[in-house]
Design a protein. Sequence first.
Lengths: 257, 465
Amino acid sequence: MIKIVLVADDGMQVIAKGCTDQGIDQDRIATSLFATILSQAGLRRSQVRRVVATGYGRARISLADTTITEITCQAVAIHRLLPEARTVIDIGGQDSKIIRLADSGRVFDFVMNDRCAAGTGRFLEVVADRLGVDLVDLGPLAATSREPAVISSMCVVFAETEIIGLLAANRPREDIVAGVQRAIAQRIHGMAGRTMRGPVVFTGGVALVAGMQSALEDALGLQVVIPQEPHMTAAFGAAILARDIQQGGHYFLGGQP
Amino acid sequence: MIRLPERLTLDQLDLHYAHLRREGLLLPGQYGPIGRHVSDGDTRLLRLRYDNSPAALRLWDLLLTEEQRLAQWRASGKRLVGAMKDLGTVPVMAYSSDRLVAFYPDGAWWIPCVMEVNQGLLSIADSLGIDESFCPVRAMLGAFVTGAHFPIPDLLVCSVGAACDDFAAIAQRLNGMGLPILWWEMPYRRQAGPSEQAVQLPGGVLAPKVLVDLVRSELGRVRSAFEELAGKPISDQDLANGINKANRVRLLLQGLRRLVFTSVPTPMPALEMLIAEMLAIHFCSDIDQTILVLEAMLAEVEGRVAAKVGYGPLDAVRVFWVNPVADLRVMNLIEECGIRLCGTDLMFTHAIDPIPADLQPMEALARVALADPMVGPMSERAARIAAQVQQLAAEAVVVSRIPGASHCGYEGQVIADIVARRCYVPTIEIEVPPVADSVEATLRTRLQALVETIRSNRPICHTQV
């Protein structure tokens, strides 16, 4: 999805926000969404003093003054929202990331999975499609599971084959969904590898799927916190950094945005 | 007068070549413009950016004319040795005989990159059961089948044992196709037991004497095979002379690395440094030309350092780089992202450390071979990386994974853990396929995120996580 967040000069108040589905022409979609948000907020383009684009499409957004990676933007947003956080798990539709934060709230290091759909929201989409369930219903369905199925394959394509086999064996759909959530959480745990420090914050669209939070907590053995609107945090971080850069770029000079 | 360093496209480089030629500024041995290799199928060259020095031009020419050179050597009566997996010791022995020339068939792993997978070498490997679950060095199999990239050597030599699993499987497949291979055993380098005598190896690691003795004995078999192939003995004095020449290459590379990795601005781009460092293991089939090229590179770099000219921003993020990349374009990309290299471990540090000249030649060669970072515990390699990270004041480490390479499955985490514990700098992993165009956006994101991370942390020292 494409998301936009506008923050006020004080960097605290969110003036407007919105999101829309992705498409091939990201620039056109972003420009259109931007116009809609400005209109809803009663603002003119000239009143927006700086735009930062983030995410994989960041270089294609013509209205952006600056581009910053989503790793940095996530860290900035989470430090603002939950300053005590030390790890961010971000699971989006196409990739997943684990960002380790230093005590300063800045990124210490990160790992990313962007080569494989396992451990991403795409895995859930494939499962929902195969089970004939809406994505939003996956969580409630998984919550009714008494015995999550074991999904042994870490490849989405092969996992889909496993799911077909489980359905043929009359395993309840809720057990399959719960099993897939567990598989994603275990994949994230495997990605983390090194010691994970809490508090752990869970962001990205997949954080909105009920059941994923507890699946992650079980896999990691740590409490996992989901901020409000977890799918918007990178955009929020980009907005904070836009305001920071406008005022002198303190973040990249070691200060707080 | 020093020319200002400048990155050139291939077209610009060829124009630059013509200019240097007119002005009589080309280095001796330059065969022609680099662009001529595109018509041979080396299309990846069109996507690279090149340093504009005559020395770098000569470096590229040396690299890209190896096939031609091997044919010339064969026509002149030299016997060709294919030295596989060893990464730096067997070629030294071969070049100790005036009748032998060694080359490195493993180097075919860059053909899918340089020719942008158009030659079908990986497909041939697939058809032979060596699929993409193996390291891209499997392209070597295809090169042997087509015979289009190097001549079939008169003798193939390959280390096995603690050598990498992928390479062992690939070389065994080659052997099974009817190509005879002289195997020699490389034992796993372990700590000496309480009752064992330990021996110091180049690079600072220790190994039990019994292992050094074993490797010396194995290399003795290789020496005998070389003598038979050459039709004359290789004396200890011949070996000592060969070691001296190899050490000349190693010392030139050490000098080059020291200046390039520590000077501000960086006087030579990462791409040319990668090519130069690789010369340590194979000499591009001509050790004398290799020495001349490296001398020219070092002189160019010394001139640039003295003139305080170079590449990139003065505050570029200082990164220590681990493993060679399968796609050369990535070396350009890292600099586009604001990174400069301040050190490397390209898996063959033992080919850059000087060979002890105060030991019997075979003993010295055995110790060098056993110092191979890939035949011992990964923690020893990681410790050496951490020590260099500290020494070179690196701000981050990038571990470049090679798709399919067995060691890449576990080394990143070991290196990251030890580097984080000892140096408190971040380590990230990337994976670089032979042609990385389709993943360039994701590679760029990781590298830019690393640059942002370092830049935003710079004023804050010794933060605890």
